[in-house]
Design a binder for this molecule. Structure first.
Ligand code: C2E
Ligand code: MG
Ligand code: MG
Ligand code: MG
Length: 288
């Protein structure tokens, strides 16, 4: 393997030539039992209300702390885990661990939310809603403190089942977000069919948001934000990396932002410092 070296908490992303079949098989093999071996880690990225900025919650982001290869990105191993069904125990671990962390951080008292990404195979299990309920009960996290992030391609696989699960989750009090919005083929029909609480606009839109941004980019973002509000959804824009983007998004009426500008995904101890009364206010310089 050749890996790009990244400092601090940054995750190693394999270079394009990692796709070598033998190497891939080795990694797939090692992926089995990864959670029993205790090699999974959650990092937490803050989500902030514009204006303050004020912390409104965290998104739990999974990493594989490989004994020899270092931290491996979920973009590399989640698709592998989907193929081998290893995603089921991994996904269950993520849900439990993220809920337990939210309890340790007293999210209910603080009015914060923990967002957890759900994979297609996990969501397709007939037991999915019961599994979520089980994780809440066992950790003691109130349902209102949990947000489940689903992608468009995930819900499009079976709209009827998706609607059933989403209604049942909402009945429990769990919030549901549509992640990476705007990147799929059927974005608007997904909004027509399913009652999401939150819309997360993909960072491919944010990256085009500069002082010289074309009117098309701002018009699209503005329309997505207004549409979400009309449908009673809260909007989070992903991938906010600079102050210009933050300023422009404030002007467009965006509710929440997530991105390297305010906080990178951080390991537990550093993420904890973002909690009110626990450390530095958001936006202050911090070690990378
Ligand atoms: P996502 O849910 O859209 O998560 C946001 C991704 O954008 C994260 O990548 C985060 O590190 C990155 N990001 C956040 N702010 C910025 C920014 O300002 N600039 C840039 N360039 N990137 C930013 P990460 O952690 O590598 O995760 C990638 C994807 O892997 C996630 O995308 C999600 O789809 C998936 N994933 C992560 N954790 C889990 C998990 O526990 N279960 C499942 N099923 N999928 C997961
Ligand atoms: Mg997400
Ligand atoms: Mg996303
Ligand atoms: Mg994304």
């Amino acid at each position: 393997y050749r890996v790009k070296h990244a400092g601090g908490n940054q995750v190693l992303h394999f270079e394009a030539d990692m796709g070598e079949a033998a190497e891939r098989r080795a990694l797939e093999r090692e992926l089995r039992g990864v959670h029993e071996r205790g090699e999974l880690r959650l990092h937490y990225q803050g989500r902030f209300a514009l204006g303050g900025p004020r912390l409104v919650g965290f998104e739990a982001l999974l990493r594989w702390d490989h004994p020899t290869r270092g931290l491996i990105s979920p973009a590399v191993f989640i698709p592998m885990a989907e193929e081998s069904r290893a995603i089921l125990p991994i996904g269950a671990w993520v849900l439990r661990e993220a809920c337990a962390q939210a309890v340790r951080w007293r999210f209910a008292e603080r009015g914060l939310c923990m967002s957890v990404n759900v994979s297609p195979m996990q969501f397709e299990q007939p037991t999915f809603v019961g599994d979520v309920q089980g994780a809440l009960r066992e950790t003691g996290l109130p349902a209102g403190q949990l947000v489940l992030e689903l992608t468009e391609s995930l819900v499009m696989r079976d709209l009827t089942q998706a609607l059933g699960h989403i209604r049942a989750l909402k009945a429990l009090g769990v919030q549901v977000a549509i992640d990476d919005f705007g990147t799929g083929y059927s974005s608007l029909s997904v909004l027509q069919a399913l009652p999401f609480d939150q819309l997360k606009i993909d960072r491919s839109f944010t990256s085009h948001l500069t002082t010289s941004a074309s009117q098309r980019v701002t018009a699209l973002l503005s329309a997505m934000i207004q549409l979400a509000h009309t449908l009673d959804m809260t909007v989070t824009v992903e991938g906010v990396e600079d102050d210009t983007q933050r300023r422009l998004l404030t002007g467009l009426g965006c509710d929440h932002v997530q991105g390297f500008l305010l906080a990178r995904p951080l390991p537990e101890a550093q993420a904890q410092a973002l909690l009110p009364g626990e450390g530095l206010p958001p936006g202050s310089p911090r070690p990378s």
